[in-house]
Every structure is written in structure tokens, then in C-alpha cells.
Design a binder for this molecule. Structure first.
Ligand code: PGD
Length: 784
């Protein structure tokens, strides 16, 4: 390979330019990024890593015995195939299941196909695998069973949609980082403002501004309060006070603060009267008139462990100052996850949130593109077509769907039932990393007739597929990078040729669509570059209308990142505060709902409340499983992506994920730095390397997500993941009957030192049996 001049590119964790040096890719962060993410260093390893898929693969059992439910998924080996024969096989199976033969007057086509295909895939507006698979299934089957909400936010989004009318706008809109820099006096961050989360935005983060903003705000006199069991959930030097509640008890802290505000007559009555509805019911609960339990700071202390005096002092400071309240996604990715988000909104209303720099923003600390100015122009998007099935599941109910066809479930106060799924088609996601209780998911994946997966690497999800198509990575194709709230449109220039025989998802779907007779509707006669040009036009036209200089498509793709104009329009909450009648919220009452009839109709309290979770440190189960596992987002990678990259690998010990626990707990269990530990409960076990730390509160163990799931039989102990994936032990239990959201952040576990030699971690390239990879575990090499 020759050395090239730098070419622009982007990723969910940052924009960059790259040059080729021999076979290596040299990455240089985008010059306008003040705080580039270390995750960028994972990218070069992706080029030719042995975990890359270089040709199509078919599971031996499926190839020999045909489609059907099969318990061998997950342990079968794979047969390497050529493209044409694999595409022919896949197309004939899709035809058997009805692809290419649906009619415009079919009532609910595609109800036996699950194409929810949740997953972050890669940056790039066109080659976004999830959009591509949805478009394909709409054209091929007329529709598919989709998924609602995300693993990131479901409980929080569903409750925000209900009580402020729009969860996206309450998290994205408002120039919060500018306010924090210039105006806000106190930021109370439930879940902190961790830079590891702020380094990521779906589609790209060209500028990481949080660190500089927090530093500048602290210098101006703004104070930060981080409320989290993990001290480094606020990891920027600054004026910060940290409180560590027991995990899952933030609602109690908030209620204790609310009680004190009420008792001291510090509640902003005007705000409550003008902007909210339902105060009376909540106030009765707060004072204990409904359940004989006033929610005093002392009551909050017994639940959360945060001192009553601190709760009082914080409430008083919040009432006195221009205060911003925010709650991270992590708090709602838990049992009753609606409650902390709803209660934080109510707390903010009680101290009055109408002044600039004060109020409530959902999940400021969870995503790099939140709290930044909105864009004045639309971003390029790929139309996904029309899904005629009318069917969906709440995204985290995938195992329930596959295991319980015909069963009823509730969502947002309505009852639905699960379809009978014959085909699962996944591209751009990794459910065997992201879903909870992975042994249960493995049972669920034994049910469908056929599972097809596209990925660029051999993940644990590919190990449960029947047909695997090897996809390119972004470096091997061109695209346009952009994210709502990010100020640059990035040309993603091709950096190298595809690995092996990998094809991009669009080409794979075109190849299948041609065999199914729906190529014209799928491709509309466009090449990938034609689509990029077509999608770019929408942004370009809008910029021209604003009188902004904008290059033609070819110049943009070969040129430099394009700065996008931002909007001066008020945010949803600014408009509402200015005129609550004219700009009423899209809720039952047009106001912020402190009480919701819809929520009450589901059997949950109709106002935010403390609801004891099944798995928390105060539960009966904690007597036998005394540690609360926090399975949060990793700092060395995005989810499971590029786990083999330099930054990710440098955080592991013996190729295994590291679990942090309090130093005193570790000492009591005879566990030292780097010791192998077994983290277990009735659902399963996972093996991690221990790291005692004073940053973790007692009785808590933190093991981030992202290790590739590698279950192994451990003598006398059943199945354990040898790579340290926490979803081997998390519960597949919904946040509530209202949202059915992912509750994977917290569960109760036992922790012990691993006695004897722990089984070796599984190398990424060894995930699939039967592949020809240098040094892989098995070498079967069949060609049909
Ligand atoms: P990723 O690792 O990003 O995880 O779950 P998600 O499935 O999104 O998976 C993306 C996959 O897409 C990777 O395997 C990658 O190789 C593949 N891919 C990337 N680019 C392409 C492409 O162009 N084409 C194709 N075909 N494939 C591509 C993340 C999910 O996990 C999320 S968002 C959250 S917030 C949840 N968090 C937690 C948690 O906090 N705690 C627990 N216990 N569990 C969680 N799971 C959830």
C-alpha cells in the first residue's frame, strides 16, 4: 500500500483523518475537536484483525438438515461458502417464507419476520445497517415486526413522552452546555456527567466539549453535584461534591429533597400552578397522607444511605440557586426506571425551572450530542419505506417474543400480543452482547426457522446465526457522517479496500433483492454513490435557502468537513415557559404532568414514587447475593465494538474484562488486584479480573458491558462467560409493565475469588467454529 494524503472519516466516538502507511491506518483526531476520545485508537486494529469475517458462512446443521428450530445454534460449526451459492440459499429460504410475493392489499405482511435489528452499527447516514435491513424487509416482505424505543433509553423515554410530551426534545433541545458555561449556578447530576459516555453520539461527535465546559463553569463559580455509587461518574477536575447512594435509590434521595422543600415552604408555587398539573396527589404522597410514610430526609437516608443533613442542605441550595437537574440514562435502565426520571423532573419543577440556565434536561451526561444547539438544516437520511405489518415489540422483549408466541404483553397502557416469528434478520447489532440473561436469549434463538446476520466480525450473535454475510467496515466504503446536534457534516472518504470478500450491507441487500424480484423498489436504480448524492441534496438545498455557502456533492465528498448552521428557535421547554397556553406540551393536560391518569391506569402509582425493586441492596435476595452489580458502559470502546482494539485491550487483564469493587470488600474476600473472580447468581456466572478501588462504594461491583460473550462449562459451577460479559448474570426483567424497557444496568450477585486456574479468555477470532483463521481453535474446512 502506498502512503496517501489524509482522508476524512468519522465514527460514533469522533471524527478523524487517516493516512495509510503500508498496511496500517494512522488516525489523527479532527483538528477542531478539543478533547478527542481515546476510543479512536481502536480503529486501526479493525482493518485485518483475524476476527474479521472474510467470506459468507452457513451453519452446518442448517445446511444439512434445512431450516427449523434448532438447539445446536451457539455450538454448531460453520461452513465457508462462496457469495453466489450463499445468496441463492438465503434467497430461496426468504422466498419460502414469503419474500417477494406479498400483495399491496395484504393486511399485515411480514408478521412472522423479526427485523427490529436493534444496534448501533457504524457512523454513516447511508450504510447504516439498521436502516438498510428495515428498508430491505419492507420491500421484500411488505413489513416486519419492528422494535420500539432503545436499549439506551426506554423507561425514561416512555415516561417523558407521557409527562412532558416528547422525550427526544426534552433530552436534545436547549443550549445546556452554553448555559452551564455562562449562567447555571448549580448542576445536580443524578448518574454524574461521565466523559466516557459524553464521548459518544450516534452518527458522530466532531467536538467533545464537556471537559472544557465543566472546567470553565467551575472557574466561574458554578458548582456540580454528582450523585452516583461510582465516584468517577464525574471525572473532570472541577468544583464537585459527590454523594454515593445505594444503587437504585435515587428516587428516595429526590423525595427526601422534595419533602424538605415542602416542609420549609421553598416550593415555587407559581411554577407549580402555571406549568404543572397533578400536584395535589403527589403532595399527599410526599407528606405520607396516602401511605402513612412521610418521605422525610431521614426516611430517604435509611433507603439510600445518603445522610439526611446532606439531603436537606442540597435541597436548600437548589432552591436558592439557578439550578439544573439532570438524570443519566443509566438510572432508568433499571427496575422502575421511569421513577427517577419523572421524579427529577418534578423536583426541578418544585424549585422553579423557567429561568435561563435552570430547569431539567433528560440525559445530558449520557450522549455527546445532547444539550448542544439544534441544527438549522435537515441531515441526509435513507428512507426506510413503509412497514405494513403494524407489529412491534418493546425493544428489550426479544427473548419473550421468540419464547412466547401468542402471549400478551402491555406497553404504554395497552395490551398487545407476540407474533410467531419464523425468520430473524439482524444487521448492525449484537444482541448476544446487549441483551440481558444471555442463556435465556440463547434458548430464544433456538426457536425460529432461520436466523440471518450481517456483521464485519465474528461476534457471539453470528455464532447463533444460520447464515452469516461478511460486511465491510466504514473505512472500506464512502459515506456521510452526521448527528443531530453535532455542528459538522463529515465526508467519510474510503480509506482502504474491503477485507477479504466482505461486501457492504447495501450491496448484500441488492444481491438478495435481485433474486427476490424487488431490486427496483429497494435500490430505486441507484448505486451507493447515487444514494449519497441524492441524500446530500436535502441538506444542500436547505443550506442554499438560508444563503449559506455549500459545495456540490463531488466537492463535498472529496473536500473537508462542512460546518452546519445552527437554529435560534427556542427549545420545547423555552417556548412552553414563555407561553404555556400557546405552546402547550403534548400531554394529557398540556402541562408537565406530576400525575398521569394513563400511568395510574396500569396499576403503577400515578405520580413518581419509591417502588422497591426485586434486586437492590435492601432486598431479601441481598442476604445470599450481597453485591449490587453495575453493568454500565465501558470507557475503552463503544458497547462491544472493536473490543480487540488497542484502547479496549489495554484495559483488560489476561484478555478479560476488569471488574472494580470497593477495596474493603475485596480485602474481606481475600481478593487482590488482577485476581480472577467469579460473579454469579441463579441466572449464570461470568469470570472477570478484579480491581479493588476506592472509587466504588461498598457492596457494589462494577463490570462494564462489551466483552464478547463466551460461555463455557466450569466444573461444578455450570456455565460461565470466560470473557467477563455482565449480561451472563443480568435479569431479563422489564423496567415496568408500562415501558417494558431494558433494566440491565443493575442486579444482585455473589462475588468470590476464582480458586485454581481460571479457564483462559476466548480470543475474538475463536468465536466461530469451522472458520479458517490463522491459529484458530478448529480447522474444519468443508466446501459443499
Ligand atoms: P454494539 O456493540 O454497538 O452493541 O447494543 P448494540 O447491539 O448496539 O453492536 C453493533 C454491532 O454492529 C457490532 O457487532 C458491530 O461489529 C456491527 N457493525 C458495525 N458496523 C456495521 C456495519 O456497517 N454493518 C453491519 N452489518 N454490522 C456492523 C448496545 C446496547 O447495549 C446499548 S445502546 C445499551 S445503552 C445497553 N446498555 C447496557 C447496559 O448498560 N447494561 C447492560 N447489562 N446491558 C446493556 N446492553 C445495551
Amino acid at each position: 500500500m502506498t502512503q496517501n494524503s489524509p482522508r476524512y472519516h468519522s465514527s460514533h466516538w469522533g471524527a478523524f483523518s487517516a493516512t495509510r502507511e503500508g498496511n496500517d491506518l494512522v488516525i489523527c483526531p479532527f483538528a477542531e475537536d478539543p478533547d478527542p476520545s481515546p476510543i479512536l485508537r481502536n480503529i486501526p486494529a479493525a482493518l485485518n484483525h483475524p476476527a474479521r469475517l472474510s467470506r459468507p458462512l452457513v451453519r452446518r446443521g442448517w445446511l444439512e438438515d434445512g431450516p427449523g428450530p434448532d438447539g445446536r445454534r451457539g455450538s454448531d460449526d460453520y461452513v465457508e461458502m462462496g457469495w453466489d451459492e450463499t445468496l441463492d440459499l438465503a434467497a430461496s429460504e426468504l422466498k419460502r417464507l414469503g419474500a417477494g410475493s406479498w400483495k399491496a392489499d395484504d393486511l399485515h405482511p411480514g408478521r412472522h419476520v423479526f427485523g427490529g435489528s436493534y444496534g448501533w452499527s457504524s457512523a454513516g447516514r447511508f450504510h447504516h445497517a439498521q436502516s438498510q435491513v428495515h428498508r430491505f424487509l419492507n420491500m421484500a416482505f411488505g413489513g416486519y415486526v419492528a422494535s420500539a424505543d432503545t436499549y439506551s433509553t426506554a423507561a425514561g423515554s416512555v415516561i417523558m413522552d407521557t409527562v412532558v410530551g416528547n422525550s427526544t426534545r426534552i433530552s436534545r433541545e436547549g443550549r445546556w452546555w452554553e448555559h452551564i458555561r455562562d449562567t447555571t449556578e448549580l448542576v445536580i447530576a443524578f448518574g454524574g456527567l461521565p466523559t466516557r459516555n459524553l464521548s459518544v453520539s450516534p452518527g458522530g461527535s466532531s467536538q467533545h466539549i464537556a471537559r472544557d465546559t465543566i472546567t470553565a463553569a467551575s472557574a466561574r463559580g458554578c458548582r456540580f453535584v454528582s450523585i452516583s455509587p461510582l465516584q468517577d461518574d464525574f471525572n473532570v477536575e472541577g468544583a464537585v461534591t459527590r454523594y454515593a447512594p445505594r444503587p437504585a435509590t435515587d428516587v428516595a434521595v429526590m423525595l427526601g429533597m422534595a419533602y424538605h422543600l415542602q416542609a420549609e415552604q421553598l416550593v415555587d408555587r407559581d411554577y407549580i400552578a402555571r406549568y404543572t398539573s397533578g400536584w395535589e396527589a403527589f403532595s399527599a404522597y410526599l407528606e405520607g397522607r396516602t401511605d402513612q410514610q412521610p418521605k422525610t430526609p431521614e426516611w430517604a437516608e435509611t433507603i439510600s444511605g445518603v445522610a439526611a443533613a446532606d439531603i436537606r442542605a442540597l435541597a436548600e441550595e437548589a432552591a436558592r440557586k439557578r439550578t439544573l437537574v439532570t438524570v443519566s440514562y443509566s438510572l432508568q435502565r433499571a427496575e422502575n426506571g421511569e421513577q427517577p426520571v419523572w421524579m427529577a423532573l418534578v423536583l426541578s419543577a418544585m424549585i422553579g425551572g423557567a429561568k435561563p440556565g435552570s430547569g431539567f434536561v433528560y440525559a445530558l451526561g449520557s450522549m455527546g450530542n445532547h444539550g448542544k444547539p439544534s441544527l438549522a438544516v435537515p441531515l441526509p437520511t435513507l428512507p426506510q419505506g413503509h412497514n405494513r405489518s403494524g407489529d412491534f415489540i418493546p425493544v428489550a422483549r426479544i427473548s419473550d417474543l421468540l419464547l412466547n408466541p401468542g402471549a400478551d404483553y402491555t406497553y404504554r397502557g395497552k395490551t398487545h400480543s407476540y407474533s410467531d416469528i419464523k425468520l430473524v434478520y439482524w444487521a448492525g447489532g449484537n444482541p448476544f452482547h446487549h441483551h440481558q440473561d444471555l442463556r435465556r436469549l440463547a434458548q430464544a434463538f433456538s426457536r425460529p426457522d432461520t436466523i440471518i446476520v450481517h456483521d464485519s466480525v465474528c461476534t457471539a450473535t453470528t455464532r447463533h446465526a444460520d447464515i452469516i454475510f461478511p460486511a465491510t467496515i466504514t473505512a472500506e466504503r464512502e459515506d456521510i457522517g452526521a448527528s443531530a446536534g453535532d455542528p459538522f457534516l463529515m465526508p467519510m472518504q474510503k480509506l482502504c479496500e474491503p477485507h477479504g470478500m466482505a461486501r457492504d450491507d447495501y450491496t448484500i441487500f441488492c444481491n438478495l433483492a435481485e433474486r427476490l424480484g424487488c431490486l427496483d423498489s429497494y435500490s430505486e436504480g441507484r448505486s451507493a454513490r447515487d444514494w449519497l448524492s441524492h441524500m446530500y441534496r436535502k441538506t444542500r438545498d436547505a443550506m442554499e435557502q438560508l444563503g449559506e455557502p455549500v459545495p456540490d456533492f463531488d466537492s463535498f465528498m472529496e473536500g473537508t468537513p462542512l460546518a452546519l448552521p445552527t437554529s435560534e428557535a427556542p427549545s420545547m421547554m423555552e417556548a412552553f415557559h414563555a407561553d404555556p397556553e400557546a405552546n402547550a406540551l403534548a400531554t394529557e393536560t398540556g402541562r408537565i404532568q406530576i400525575f398521569s391518569k394513563l400511568v395510574a391506569s396500569t396499576g403503577l402509582p400515578g405520580h413518581p414514587a419509591w417502588i422497591e425493586p426485586a434486586e437492590w441492596l435492601g432486598a431479601e435476595l441481598a442476604k445470599t447475593h450481597p453485591f449490587q452489580l453495575i453493568a454500565n458502559q465501558p470507557k475503552g470502546k463503544l458497547h462491544s465494538q472493536l473490543d480487540f482494539g488497542a484502547t479496549s485491550m489495554s484495559g483488560k487483564i489476561a484478555g478479560r474484562e476488569v471488574a472494580r469493587m470497593n477495596e474493603d470488600d475485596a480485602r474481606a474476600l481475600g481478593i487482590g488486584e488482577g485476581d480472577m473472580i467469579l460473579i454469579s447468581n441463579a441466572r449464570g456466572a461470568t469470570i472477570a479480573a478484579a480491581q479493588p478501588s476506592e472509587k466504588v462504594m461498598p457492596s457494589v461491583i462494577q463490570l462494564s458491558t462489551g466483552a464478547w460473550y463466551a460461555p463455557r462449562e466450569i466444573e461444578g459451577r455450570g456455565i460461565a462467560c470466560v470473557n467477563g460479559n455482565p449480561n451472563a448474570v443480568t435479569a431479563d426483567r422489564p423496567a415496568s409493565c408500562f415501558s417494558q424497557g431494558c433494566a440491565g444496568q443493575l442486579c444482585l450477585v455473589s462475588v468470590e475469588k476464582y480458586h485454581g486456574d481460571a479457564p483462559a479468555a476466548m480470543r475474538h477470532e475463536d468465536m466461530l467454529m469451522g472458520r479458517r483463521t490463522p491459529g484458530s481453535l478448529t480447522t474444519t474446512d468443508h466446501q459443499p
